[in-house]
Ligand binder design. Sequence first.
Ligand code: ADP
Ligand code: MG
Length: 272
Amino acid sequence: MMKPCAIPEPPRPPAGAADGPARGGVLVRLSEVCKVFGSAENPVQALRRVTFEILQGEYLSIMGPSGSGKTTLFNMIGALDRCTSGTVEIGGVRLNGLRDGELAFFRGRHIGYVFQSYNLLASMTALANVALPAVLAGEDPRAAEERAEAMLVRVGLAHRLRHRPDELSGGQQQRVAIARALVNRPTIVLADEPTGNLDLQTGEEIIALLGEFARELGVTVITATHDYKMLKASDRIVWMKDGAIDRVERAADVRIDEGGMDAAAAPAGGRA
Ligand code: ADP
Ligand code: MG
């Protein structure tokens, strides 16, 4: 259910094709995606024929051990890198066919990013960090700041608007990063190991916040993690192994106990 939201809407550029799919329709379509790094003599197959679909409004977790290809897959969906073969389609736009400038525009318009290390600008206040993507997208600075403030209130930082990152805890910095990732109301927010630097309780709070806030705004969430606690917030889980999809499960079908996953649900190869 969408809650009524006091956060002012960002101005919308003329409709891009990725505005197309209705809630619950297919938003991202990956088809036989391969990514090879390295030289011809020493190729590293980071992704092997990855094929799957992500629905609009879904919260998807990508799980897998270190080196299984999570970040590489993210960079394909986030239009940060190009696949070696196969196709990536978001909202009916084939990213393979875009030129570099078009890809950059697509990123700015449709993708928000949350990183493990927060990546806030150290010299700027929380408010300025969150307003920046809106200003860069051409919004009036006053309007951008007004929306940034409402976003920061929503993530529980009403009392920290004028603080700089080094005056904030890790959890607070990640809240700022979530507000920043969502300020332009992207189509997708990509969160690569967003709880990697946080303690357990803070990590759970951050994941719950990301899930709830994204749902309110109708934003699709894709996180990469090797942290089982993250699964609670997800709709589906994609298990990666050696650059390929091992299996896809609905989170409701995965049992999580205090010690981790039960034996039936544990990924082949054990815990990451
Ligand atoms: P994960 O995020 O699951 O830890 P990655 O996607 O970062 O995994 O890496 C998948 C594989 O691709 C690893 O074997 C890694 O060493 C390799 N790889 C990733 N990026 C590069 C790169 N820029 N150059 C060469 N190899 C890379
Ligand atoms: Mg990674």
